[in-house]
Design a protein around this ligand. Structure first.
Ligand code: ADP
Length: 608
């Protein structure tokens, strides 16, 4: 055979070639995309063997570069992870669709969280032959999320704490304010019931330990009359509180009772009856806190709830704060009650003293007046018998009886007269002392009453006092210094006479014999220049008063102790009484003095 013909079949494979090339290019592209995608992409067959792992998964997860296709998860990963994955792979196979899981993958820097999308791959027969997983690293997102949750929780806790603290503060301040409203135990328990119940307890019991080993118990409860009756019965029938309260009283340490069991009630009760009452009251949790004032436990306050586990340690702090405030309120209540009693006793004593003083002064004065009358009668009789009845007798006490003897009288008579003078003088002195003491007690009791007289003339008063004093003290020179004709106003003349007599008397008592005492009066501007007032003064050339004593001179019973003054007798009340009389007249009193040169006492009185 010769070749007849050649059948040439030529197929244009350009397209196929091109298609192949295109496919290669597309696969390369896909590979590049898969490798460079910043997520883990992998294929595992049904036995867990890797069919494909992209570059990112190799380098960034625990797999490593060396992982080769065909290795299984069982060889590559520790137990926990692979079991988790395997379980998820099975779920995907069962479901036959894509599912999402959060998975943990070991990593070089510790394990990381992934969000894995997994789906089955099917062969041409529709049978699954592999599972493709695309896992995104969500560790950072997770961390941020967790942090956010943590912050959120912390914020919630802080807010709760702040709110709680705020509530506590509000409660405490409400309590403090309310506690000031009353000073008796009933008010305190009422305040407790209103402010603390039912927020902090279903009821409160205050136990106070009294000095005589007795207890006082108060119950604060709201709107539960049956329980209130039981609590009151318990407090009345068992004045000695349950034993755990005694323990708090003794140790001064608070007790928190999260769950009050029946056996606890058995322990704290005094006998079966008590136990029965406590059971009926049914406390389920509580706190007992000492009431402490100046480190002394004066009682306790119990907060009780009919719910178990109602209290935690934070509540104890609040309870202690409350206890501090209540202890203070109770302390104040006690002080107040004591002061009431003291005040009463003081008032009664004052009344008694008053009565005593007025009775004494009256009763003492009556016999003095009678005695004085008889002495004067005797004086007159003696003078009538004497040859020269006009002879006057010097009343100065500084002289002794012998010195007083007058040559114009027969000796016995003159001696008797002198003795009578002395008796008269001493009777007057006694009278003076009695009224000084009476005045003092009146001032102390705020009962120095003034009898104001309209148009009382101060100048006339000065003249009268100076005249009297001059007659009684002939060895001194008394002078009046004024340019006024008359100075009048509304005064208690008798009291002002007392003031002037005292000042002039002092000026004489505390000056050497022969010196001059000046009494002056002038109308002057008031310190505020609002008008005029009367200024009076008594000036002497006596011993003077040093500045230290000047500061105390108007205090009751104050006397200056110097060589010259100590021999002069006195009570130290004259200036005090004078000062009070002037002040009660709305005047002022002061002094100027120089030791060795003399003293001037000033006082002012309103005019008109
Ligand atoms: P008494 O004179 O009864 O002691 P007073 O209250 O009148 O009480 O006086 C208090 C004291 O003030 C006197 O003890 C005296 O030391 C002092 N005193 C009062 N007036 C004068 C005076 N004019 N000069 C010096 N001392 C005086």
């Amino acid at each position: 055979g010769a070749v007849e013909s050649i059948l040439s079949i030529s197929r244009d494979i350009t397209e196929l070639k091109q298609a192949q090339l295109a496919l290669q290019a597309s696969e390369a592209r896909l590979q590049a995309i898969l490798n460079n995608a910043p997520i883990a992409i992998y294929l595992r067959d049904l036995e867990g063997r890797y069919l494909f792992v992209n570059q990112w998964a190799k380098t960034r997860t625990g797999l490593g570069e060396e992982v080769s296709e065909g290795q299984s998860v069982y060889e590559l990963f520790p137990e926990g992870n692979r079991d988790e994955w395997w379980a998820n792979d099975r779920k995907v196979l069962e479901a036959g669709v894509a599912l999402e899981f959060e998975e943990t993958t070991p990593h070089r820097e510790g394990s990381r969280q992934y969000l894995s999308l997994k789906f089955p791959l099917f062969d041409l027969n529709g049978q699954p032959y592999a599972i493709c997983g695309i896992s995104t690293d969500i560790s950072e997102r997770k961390r941020v999320e967790e942090e956010r949750l943590r912050l959120h929780e912390a914020e919630r806790l802080a807010r709760e704490r702040a709110e709680r603290a705020n509530n506590h503060l509000a409660l405490l301040s409400e309590l403090s304010v309310a506690l000031t409203s009353g000073l008796d135990y009933e008010t305190i328990t009422a305040v407790l019931a209103r402010v603390l119940l039912p927020k902090l307890a279903d009821w409160c019991v205050i136990t106070l330990a009294e000095d005589d080993d007795q207890f006082k118990r108060f119950v604060a409860i709201r709107r539960d009359l049956a329980k209130e009756a039981l609590l009151k019965e318990e407090a009345i029938r068992f004045p000695i509180p349950p034993k755990h309260v005694l323990q708090v009283l003794e140790t001064g340490q608070p007790l928190i009772l999260p769950e009050i069991s029946d056996s606890f009630l058995e322990i704290i009760s005094h006998n079966t009856e008590h136990l029965q009452l406590l059971r009926a009251i049914e406390p389920r949790s509580g706190m007992d806190v000492p009431l402490t004032v100046r480190n002394k436990t004066i009682g306790t306050i119990g907060f009780l709830s009919s719910k178990p586990n109602y209290y935690e340690s934070g509540d104890l702090n609040l309870a202690q704060e409350i206890a501090r405030r209540i202890a203070l309120a109770i302390h104040n209540t006690r002080l107040y009650q004591q002061s009431q009693v003291l005040g009463q006793t003081q008032a009664e004593l004052n009344q008694l003293k008053d009565l005593y003083m007025s009775v004494a002064s009256h009763e003492l004065r009556t016999p003095l007046t009678v005695a004085r009358g008889y002495v004067q009668l005797l004086q007159r009789n003696l003078l009538r018998q004497s040859p020269n009845p006009n002879t006057s007798v010097d009343r100065s006490v500084d002289r002794t009886v012998g010195e007083l003897a007058s040559p114009t009288l027969p000796k016995p008579n003159s001696q008797n007269l002198t003795m009578l003078e002395t008796i008269l003088y001493q009777l007057d002195r006694m009278n003076g002392l009695i009224s000084t003491l009476y005045n003092f007690s009146s001032i102390q009791n705020g009962k120095l009453e003034l009898n104001y007289e309209q148009g009382a003339d101060l100048l006339a008063l000065i003249q009268r006092v100076v005249e009297q004093q001059q007659q009684a003290n002939t060895s001194y020179v008394l002078a009046i210094q004024t340019s006024e004709k008359t100075v009048s106003g509304s005064y208690d003349e008798a009291r002002l006479e007392q003031v002037l007599t005292n000042l002039v008397g002092n000026a004489i008592k505390y000056s050497p014999s022969g010196s001059t005492v000046t009494v002056g009066i002038a109308c002057k501007q008031t310190p505020t220049k609002a008008g005029l007032e009367a200024l009076l003064w008594v000036r002497d050339q006596g011993y003077g008063i040093n500045p230290e004593d000047q500061a105390h001179i108007f205090e009751p019973f104050y006397r200056v102790r110097t060589q010259q003054t100590s021999r002069v007798v006195g009570l130290g009340l004259g200036l005090y009484i004078s000062y009070q009389i002037v002040v009660q007249h709305k005047g002022r009193m002061w002094l100027e003095s120089q030791v060795g040169e003399g003293t001037t006492f000033y006082f002012t009185l309103p005019l008109g």
